[in-house]
Design a protein. Structure first.
Length: 259
């Protein structure tokens, strides 16, 4: 039985959209051998997002009925960040705020405690910013988070480690991003999982160019308080930061923690 709010939303759909919602939901939740994925291939303008929202609404109702205490996370993956921000609000059939939730997987250790306080979360990611971790240095907020997640001995050289993580931003501006996270309440389980993965990688003899820890400490020492880097140093910095972001992704460290 659908909740009154869900039924109200479903009643706003056109007949073919409602039929699609009911069919897909039945295939994914009611069939003896349910489908784990489903492709809706309507033409542009026929309301695929509305259909998806209807399926989400029915799924939320079902999951809440089965376990009222269950936290439900709805992830929307889209190739365009602008479209992702727009459509995540259309999929949000609860009316709950979702625009201030993390837009990158690597920011989950910063925001996971807020996600846990919500019964339903709607989060949008893009492959370019959340799944391809080695292509760039990411956002300043990601690198600032790395500064707080790294083991103390990695960042003992404060100026050098900041210079390494700035990503080309002025060090004083980047330090402002770092200071904003002080006392933020980062998730300790994800922090511990990230550090455990760093230890594992640092003992891997197959690491090219030495362990990640050794490369980080060496470059931090070389940079010191400098803000002007050679091309070679910029390349090393990009590789190290890209590897750290990749380590922080769910494919490595996060899967060891409990989100």
């Amino acid at each position: 039985m659908n909740s009154p709010k869900t039924e109200q939303f479903l009643s706003s759909l056109k007949d073919f959209q409602r039929d699609t919602v009911d069919y897909v939901f039945a295939r994914m939740y009611d069939d003896a051998s349910p489908a784990m994925r489903f492709l809706i291939a309507d033409e542009v303008g026929l309301g695929k997002t509305k259909v998806a929202a209807g399926i989400v609404a029915r799924a939320v109702d079902r999951l809440r009925t089965e376990d009222p205490a269950l936290r439900i996370d709805v992830l929307y993956i889209c190739s365009n960040s602008g479209i992702a921000r727009q459509n995540i609000n259309r999929l949000n059939v609860t009316g709950q705020r979702c625009h201030d939730l993390p837009d990158r997987i690597t920011l989950l250790p910063r925001d996971i405690n807020r996600l846990r306080r919500n019964s339903v979360n709607f989060i949008a990611f893009t492959p370019g910013t959340s799944l391809n971790m080695r292509s760039s240095g990411g956002k300043a907020s990601e690198r600032a988070l790395l500064r707080w997640l790294l083991p103390d001995d990695w960042v003992a050289n404060e100026k050098g480690s900041l210079s390494l993580l700035t990503g080309g931003m002025r060090r004083d501006r980047f330090k402002g991003h770092v200071d904003e996270l002080e006392g933020y309440g980062l998730d300790e389980k994800l922090k511990a999982a990230f550090r455990a993965k760093l230890v594992e990688d640092s003992t891997d003899p197959a690491q090219p160019g030495g362990s990640l820890r050794a490369r980080f400490l060496e470059l931090a020492y070389q940079l010191g308080g400098r803000e002007r880097l050679s091309d070679e140093e910029r390349q090393k910095r990009a590789e190290i930061v890209g590897t750290l972001r990749s380590t922080l992704s769910p494919g490595s460290a996060c899967r060891r923690g409990q989100a």
